[in-house]
Design a protein around this ligand. Sequence first.
Ligand code: DP6
Length: 334
Amino acid sequence: MEAKSATAEAGANIAFTKYWGNVDTRLRIPANDSISMTLDAARTLTTVSFRPDLEEDYVVVDGCAASGSVRQRVVGHLDLFRQLADTGWRAKVVSGNNFPTASGIASSASAFAALTVACAEALELDLTRRDLSRLARRGSGSAARSMFGGFAILYSGASDEGAFAEPLHDPDWWEICDLVAVVSRSGKDVSSTGGHRLAQTSPLHRARLAQVPALNKRLREALAERDFDALGRVAEQDALLMHAVMLTSCPALLYWLPETVTVMRRVRRWRAEGIPAYFTIDAGPNVHILTPPEHVNQLLKDLQANPAVQEVLVCQPGPGAQRVKGETDERCGS
Ligand code: DP6
């Protein structure tokens, strides 16, 4: 029998309001709704081939055979699809990123969104985008949002059924730029998955969750009205709220480096000088700077001259996860 194969591509995303903490860890049901922008310049290309002759799953990421927990996480995702398609066939997965993998922004969101679409297409499963977003969420919560292009929301939900993502606006709705200031390329000590588990140990977790609905309301209005300052204020505030939760978890999570703070302060200075720029930071030291396109050149030049910054990636709203022709190059990724 012939292999069942497909290739899919997906972009990472930057959350303006963050997913932090789960109400169900196994099913990855988030504790709050989160809203993000899917990115055009940080993408993963993944080819999946389910084959009758394979004895075990084989996973290649950026040219290297995956092992340990990375492989296990992918195998767990393949199992979900094998169950849906009622097949025991093992698979070969080849995945690569189009952005420098050592840049510290490698994202499980683009990886699991691409893997989800590739699996569903290879096994010819008849699934809606909403179903796909729920399945992507099981691999990585933020991956549910990368199922859609432009701007998307991931609902927390009371069950697996209710925790899905939905599109809010297409990529061409609003040209917001995300300048990713890379201040460190090393991997983080505690993964997002580990961090989500710790969220509820922080006395500030409940306080943040109480704030998020109002922030999401303001954010949705800001998106609908293309009000950049309103969007930036919400994004910066929720990033700080999330990091306050991280900092006060047990054990405490301190993802920032001195260089992180240097860039944060720079962004605030730009604002004092009248430049619309806001920061947001995920579970790591790198800083995402949100700004309208007309300020990109100036800010880019300034960041590139800053010794705290090693590299800057310029991203804009991009498309959602989709099947593509061709296949991922096993040697070097995409
Ligand atoms: C800080 O989706 O990476 O980036 O579900 O364990 O893979 P897992 O976590 P992940 O968490 C995202 C955390 C965040 C905020 C966000 O993107 O919403």
